[in-house]
Design a protein around this ligand. Structure first.
Ligand SMILES: Cc1ncc(COP(=O)(O)O)c(C=O)c1O
Length: 452
């Protein structure tokens, strides 16, 4: 199959909606609420049932067409049901879906391909582990590996962070809303400050200095409270925390500290990886090489797949060091290889940078005129827009109104942030400029009408 142009991937007419949610969406959402777990979240905010996805567009069960600005939370970087990806995954599913970790050509080819796109400092000198299919599982792997490598047990993470919801990953995750029901988690975990220029007083340099000071205290101060540090876990740009882009000097400062104190730097690229920010990995914006790098979300291009890449010198665990029944699902691996090929062929990294800049510029016009738009920030197609009240406080109710107006007009946006007030835009990297223009205009209109 030829690699289709990005313009060919979508439902052409999107957005086109008739007062969603329609009757069939309402019926399915109601039925789901009757029979599925109370833990279901997304349809409580966007009560729509989807039928069909193409590129950067979605069709619901009533035939409404949407522009998708959240891509399954950064999963569908080359679009919903990209035919170039699906073709290979289906072929693999028909031939050989599940092989534990026996070698297959697919498995070996994916590891080789990941090496080609690895952060420069890891290229040609890394190992890759596949455990379970979720990001949280890869984070668990990073905790185990860091403990094995150092023989220590202290974990350093950051305020505002999200690393998943299994017990180890939850210990690193800073958000206490859900995890507070499940304590105690891992005992030796500390959260340092993460530089968040919009919400913290001080210059970017001062915020970086304070955050690094926190980490240095934990790593090196006898009275810092952490006896045996095993590593530092960081999102290069915080995702769930509200698309928080740290200033220059933060990630490189962490790199220096980890070198000085001889603990691994674990850069969680689960949400920021696979081209999302306009580089394959967000750490590349900061010229920092992670020691350990969990990957998931877009890795399998819509098929569940997670993995961890790490410096070959850290291959401290022997056979069975981190396993799981689904330690690398071959159709997801084929999908991953094809998604990487598609991304390279169409230079979607450059496209993500250009389209992201276009989106940020359009939203900056709104920021300049509307005091309720506190800040627009991001890298590539990882963009956040922080909504605030008249007093500059987080405005979660405003966000709810804007998100609802958006989907009623055929645009899907998601939310995050410490105050549930950041609109997060992470569309498929195959979104066209025309689609972005249409979608962002609808978003800006929604903000204007909600703040009139
Ligand atoms: C940075 C980061 N790490 C880890 C995870 C957990 O991944 P999963 O939800 O696949 O377990 C997420 C999920 O949002 C994430 O954004």
């Amino acid at each position: 199959m030829d690699l289709p142009a990005i313009e060919e991937l979508h439902f052409e007419d999107a957005p086109a909606v008739d007062s969603p949610p329609g009757p069939e969406s309402r019926r399915l959402v109601r039925r789901q609420a009757e029979i599925e777990s109370g833990a279901v979240l997304y349809p409580t905010d966007v009560p729509i049932a989807f039928e069909n996805g193409k590129g950067a567009t979605l069709k619901d069960v009533d035939g409404n067409l949407y522009l998708d600005f959240f891509a399954g939370i950064g999963v569908l970087n080359v679009g919903h049901a990209n035919p170039y990806v699906t073709e290979a995954a289906v072929e693999q599913a028909e031939r050989l879906p599940h092989t534990l970790d026996f070698p297959t050509r697919t498995r070996v080819e994916l590891i080789e391909t990941l090496d080609e796109i690895a952060p420069e400092g890891l290229r040609g000198r890394n190992r890759v582990n596949f455990g379970g299919p979720t990001g949280s599982d890869a984070v668990e792997a990073t905790i185990k590996l860091a403990k094995r490598v150092t023989g220590n047990d202290g974990l350093i993470a950051f305020r505002g962070s999200f690393h998943g919801e299994t017990s180890g990953a939850y210990s690193l995750t800073a958000d206490t809303k859900y995890k507070r029901h499940y304590t105690p988690l891992l005992p030796e975990v500390e959260h340092a400050r993460y530089p968040y220029p919009f919400r913290q007083d001080g210059s970017p340099e001062e915020l970086v200095e304070r955050a690094l000071e926190d980490v240095q205290t934990l790593l090196g101060d006898r009275y810092g409270g952490m006896a045996n540090p095993a590593g530092v876990w960081v999102e290069p740009i915080q995702g769930e925390g509200g698309t928080v882009v740290p200033p220059e000097g933060f990630l490189s400062g962490l790199r220096d500290l980890c070198d000085e104190y001889e603990v691994p730097l674990i850069v969680d690229e689960i949400q920021t990886g696979m081209g999302r920010t306009g580089e394959w990995w967000a750490s590349e914006h900061y010229d920092v090489t992670p020691d350990i790098m969990p990957m998931a979300k877009a890795l399998g291009s819509g098929f569940p797949l997670s993995g961890t890449m790490y410096d070959e010198n850290l291959d401290a665990w022997g056979p069975g060091g981190h396993t799981g029944t689904f330690r690398g699902f071959n159709p997801a691996m084929r999908a991953s290889i094809r998604a990487i090929e598609y991304t390279r062929h169409h230079d979607l990294l450059a496209h993500a940078r250009e389209l992201g800049a276009f989106i940020v510029d359009r939203l900056a016009e709104c920021e300049a005129e509307n005091p309720h738009v506190g800040e627009v920030r991001g890298k590539g197609l990882f963009v956040g827009l922080e909504l605030v009240t008249d007093d500059g406080e987080p405005a979660p109710d405003l966000l709810e109104t804007v998100r609802t107006t958006c989907y009623e007009n055929g645009v899907l946006v998601w939310a995050g942030g410490r105050g549930d007030n950041v609109i997060r835009l992470l569309p498929p990297l195959v979104m066209t400029e025309a689609q972005a223009e249409t979608g962002i205009s609808i978003l800006i209109d929604a903000i204007e009408s909600a703040t009139d």
